[in-house]
Design a protein around this ligand. Structure first.
Ligand code: ZN
Length: 201
Protein backbone atom coordinates (compact mmCIF):
# COMPACT_ATOMS: atom_id res chain seq x y z
CA UNK A 1 0.00 0.00 0.00
CA UNK A 2 2.80 2.40 1.00
CA UNK A 3 4.77 1.48 -2.12
CA UNK A 4 1.81 2.17 -4.40
CA UNK A 5 1.28 5.53 -2.66
CA UNK A 6 4.92 6.58 -3.21
CA UNK A 7 4.80 5.48 -6.82
CA UNK A 8 1.70 7.61 -7.35
CA UNK A 9 3.49 10.72 -5.98
CA UNK A 10 6.57 10.06 -8.08
CA UNK A 11 4.37 10.04 -11.20
CA UNK A 12 2.84 13.41 -10.26
CA UNK A 13 6.30 15.00 -9.98
CA UNK A 14 7.47 13.55 -13.30
CA UNK A 15 4.21 14.56 -14.98
CA UNK A 16 4.46 18.15 -13.69
CA UNK A 17 8.11 18.38 -14.80
CA UNK A 18 7.17 17.07 -18.27
CA UNK A 19 4.43 19.71 -18.58
CA UNK A 20 6.93 22.42 -17.56
CA UNK A 21 9.42 21.12 -20.16
CA UNK A 22 6.68 21.25 -22.83
CA UNK A 23 6.12 24.95 -21.95
CA UNK A 24 9.87 25.69 -22.23
CA UNK A 25 10.12 23.90 -25.61
CA UNK A 26 7.00 25.64 -26.98
CA UNK A 27 8.27 29.07 -25.90
CA UNK A 28 11.72 28.43 -27.46
CA UNK A 29 10.09 27.34 -30.73
CA UNK A 30 7.84 30.43 -30.77
CA UNK A 31 10.77 32.78 -30.01
CA UNK A 32 12.49 31.57 -33.21
CA UNK A 33 9.32 31.91 -35.33
CA UNK A 34 8.32 35.32 -33.92
CA UNK A 35 11.87 36.70 -34.25
CA UNK A 36 11.76 35.82 -37.96
CA UNK A 37 8.26 37.29 -38.42
CA UNK A 38 8.98 40.45 -36.41
CA UNK A 39 12.07 41.04 -38.57
CA UNK A 40 10.19 40.45 -41.83
CA UNK A 41 7.06 42.47 -40.99
CA UNK A 42 8.38 45.29 -38.83
CA UNK A 43 5.13 44.99 -36.84
CA UNK A 44 5.55 46.29 -33.29
CA UNK A 45 2.47 44.33 -32.16
CA UNK A 46 4.41 41.24 -33.21
CA UNK A 47 7.50 42.57 -31.39
CA UNK A 48 5.34 42.87 -28.26
CA UNK A 49 4.17 39.32 -28.84
CA UNK A 50 7.82 38.22 -29.18
CA UNK A 51 8.77 40.03 -25.96
CA UNK A 52 5.91 38.27 -24.17
CA UNK A 53 7.13 34.90 -25.47
CA UNK A 54 10.64 35.76 -24.20
CA UNK A 55 9.21 36.27 -20.71
CA UNK A 56 7.17 33.09 -21.11
CA UNK A 57 10.41 31.21 -21.77
CA UNK A 58 11.96 32.58 -18.56
CA UNK A 59 8.77 31.97 -16.57
CA UNK A 60 8.51 28.41 -17.87
CA UNK A 61 12.17 27.75 -17.00
CA UNK A 62 11.43 29.03 -13.48
CA UNK A 63 8.39 26.77 -13.29
CA UNK A 64 10.50 23.81 -14.45
CA UNK A 65 13.11 24.43 -11.72
CA UNK A 66 10.44 25.01 -9.07
CA UNK A 67 8.49 21.84 -9.86
CA UNK A 68 11.73 19.83 -9.87
CA UNK A 69 12.55 21.29 -6.45
CA UNK A 70 9.00 20.78 -5.27
CA UNK A 71 9.15 17.15 -6.42
CA UNK A 72 12.07 16.46 -4.02
CA UNK A 73 11.15 14.42 -0.94
CA UNK A 74 10.90 16.42 2.31
CA UNK A 75 13.62 15.89 4.93
CA UNK A 76 15.04 17.79 7.92
CA UNK A 77 16.95 20.15 5.61
CA UNK A 78 13.94 20.91 3.45
CA UNK A 79 11.22 21.97 5.87
CA UNK A 80 10.20 24.65 3.37
CA UNK A 81 7.81 22.14 1.90
CA UNK A 82 6.57 21.24 -1.54
CA UNK A 83 3.44 23.33 -1.99
CA UNK A 84 5.17 26.57 -0.95
CA UNK A 85 7.83 26.25 -3.69
CA UNK A 86 5.12 25.87 -6.31
CA UNK A 87 3.09 28.78 -4.90
CA UNK A 88 6.23 30.97 -4.91
CA UNK A 89 6.85 30.12 -8.57
CA UNK A 90 3.25 31.04 -9.40
CA UNK A 91 3.80 34.43 -7.70
CA UNK A 92 6.99 35.08 -9.72
CA UNK A 93 5.02 34.18 -12.82
CA UNK A 94 2.39 36.82 -12.00
CA UNK A 95 5.22 39.39 -11.68
CA UNK A 96 6.56 38.38 -15.10
CA UNK A 97 3.09 38.73 -16.67
CA UNK A 98 2.99 42.29 -15.30
CA UNK A 99 6.41 43.08 -16.84
CA UNK A 100 5.26 41.59 -20.18
CA UNK A 101 2.11 43.72 -20.18
CA UNK A 102 4.05 46.91 -19.44
CA UNK A 103 6.53 46.08 -22.21
CA UNK A 104 3.77 45.52 -24.79
CA UNK A 105 2.12 48.79 -23.75
CA UNK A 106 5.41 50.63 -24.12
CA UNK A 107 6.00 49.21 -27.60
CA UNK A 108 2.45 50.18 -28.56
CA UNK A 109 3.07 53.78 -27.50
CA UNK A 110 6.29 53.81 -29.57
CA UNK A 111 4.33 52.54 -32.59
CA UNK A 112 1.80 55.37 -32.24
CA UNK A 113 4.69 57.74 -33.02
CA UNK A 114 5.78 56.12 -36.29
CA UNK A 115 3.61 55.54 -39.38
CA UNK A 116 5.58 52.59 -40.77
CA UNK A 117 3.40 50.12 -42.70
CA UNK A 118 3.59 46.36 -42.02
CA UNK A 119 5.64 44.50 -44.64
CA UNK A 120 5.07 40.87 -45.66
CA UNK A 121 1.86 40.62 -43.58
CA UNK A 122 1.56 36.94 -44.60
CA UNK A 123 4.59 36.11 -42.38
CA UNK A 124 3.05 37.84 -39.38
CA UNK A 125 -0.34 36.20 -39.89
CA UNK A 126 1.15 32.76 -40.68
CA UNK A 127 3.45 32.76 -37.64
CA UNK A 128 0.63 33.97 -35.36
CA UNK A 129 -1.60 31.13 -36.62
CA UNK A 130 1.19 28.59 -35.95
CA UNK A 131 1.67 30.16 -32.49
CA UNK A 132 -2.07 29.78 -31.76
CA UNK A 133 -2.02 26.11 -32.83
CA UNK A 134 1.09 25.37 -30.72
CA UNK A 135 -0.38 27.25 -27.72
CA UNK A 136 -3.70 25.41 -28.05
CA UNK A 137 -1.91 22.03 -28.09
CA UNK A 138 0.06 23.05 -24.98
CA UNK A 139 -3.11 24.26 -23.21
CA UNK A 140 -4.90 20.94 -23.83
CA UNK A 141 -1.85 19.02 -22.50
CA UNK A 142 -1.54 21.31 -19.45
CA UNK A 143 -5.26 20.96 -18.68
CA UNK A 144 -4.83 17.19 -18.50
CA UNK A 145 -1.76 17.48 -16.21
CA UNK A 146 -3.51 20.02 -13.92
CA UNK A 147 -6.53 17.72 -13.66
CA UNK A 148 -4.30 14.83 -12.60
CA UNK A 149 -1.75 16.64 -10.38
CA UNK A 150 -3.46 19.87 -9.22
CA UNK A 151 -0.10 21.69 -9.73
CA UNK A 152 -0.30 25.40 -8.80
CA UNK A 153 2.77 26.24 -10.94
CA UNK A 154 1.42 24.59 -14.09
CA UNK A 155 -1.93 26.32 -13.46
CA UNK A 156 -0.18 29.73 -13.40
CA UNK A 157 1.46 28.82 -16.72
CA UNK A 158 -1.90 27.63 -18.07
CA UNK A 159 -3.73 30.88 -17.23
CA UNK A 160 -0.99 32.87 -18.96
CA UNK A 161 -1.03 30.79 -22.15
CA UNK A 162 -4.82 31.26 -22.36
CA UNK A 163 -4.13 34.98 -22.59
CA UNK A 164 -1.53 34.30 -25.28
CA UNK A 165 -4.22 32.80 -27.54
CA UNK A 166 -5.92 36.20 -27.50
CA UNK A 167 -2.57 37.96 -27.89
CA UNK A 168 -1.75 36.04 -31.10
CA UNK A 169 -5.29 36.56 -32.46
CA UNK A 170 -5.02 40.30 -31.75
CA UNK A 171 -1.72 40.47 -33.66
CA UNK A 172 -3.47 38.92 -36.69
CA UNK A 173 -6.37 41.39 -36.46
CA UNK A 174 -3.94 44.31 -36.03
CA UNK A 175 -1.93 43.28 -39.11
CA UNK A 176 -5.13 42.79 -41.15
CA UNK A 177 -6.46 46.24 -40.18
CA UNK A 178 -3.06 47.83 -40.79
CA UNK A 179 -2.52 46.17 -44.18
CA UNK A 180 -5.97 45.97 -45.75
CA UNK A 181 -7.86 48.87 -44.13
CA UNK A 182 -4.77 51.08 -43.74
CA UNK A 183 -5.68 51.88 -40.13
CA UNK A 184 -2.19 52.77 -38.91
CA UNK A 185 -3.36 53.28 -35.30
CA UNK A 186 -4.83 49.76 -35.09
CA UNK A 187 -1.49 48.07 -34.35
CA UNK A 188 -0.56 50.14 -31.25
CA UNK A 189 -4.15 50.33 -29.95
CA UNK A 190 -4.44 46.54 -30.07
CA UNK A 191 -1.09 46.38 -28.29
CA UNK A 192 -2.37 48.60 -25.48
CA UNK A 193 -5.60 46.58 -25.21
CA UNK A 194 -3.54 43.37 -24.92
CA UNK A 195 -1.29 44.93 -22.25
CA UNK A 196 -4.29 46.04 -20.19
CA UNK A 197 -5.93 42.61 -20.61
CA UNK A 198 -2.75 40.84 -19.45
CA UNK A 199 -2.49 43.09 -16.38
CA UNK A 200 -6.17 42.44 -15.63
CA UNK A 201 -5.52 38.71 -15.73
ZN1 ZN B 1 2.86 34.83 -23.07
Amino acid sequence: MGLAHNHHHHNHGAQTARAAMASVATAAFLILLKSFAAYETGSVALLGSLADTGFDFLASLLTLFSVRYAALPADDDHRFGHGKAEALSALVQVALVTVSAVLIGWRAVVRLGDGQPTEHPEYGIGVSLIAMAATLALLLYQRQVIKETGSVAIHGDHVHYQGDLLLNAAVIVAILLDTFLHLRGADPLFGIAIAVWLLWG
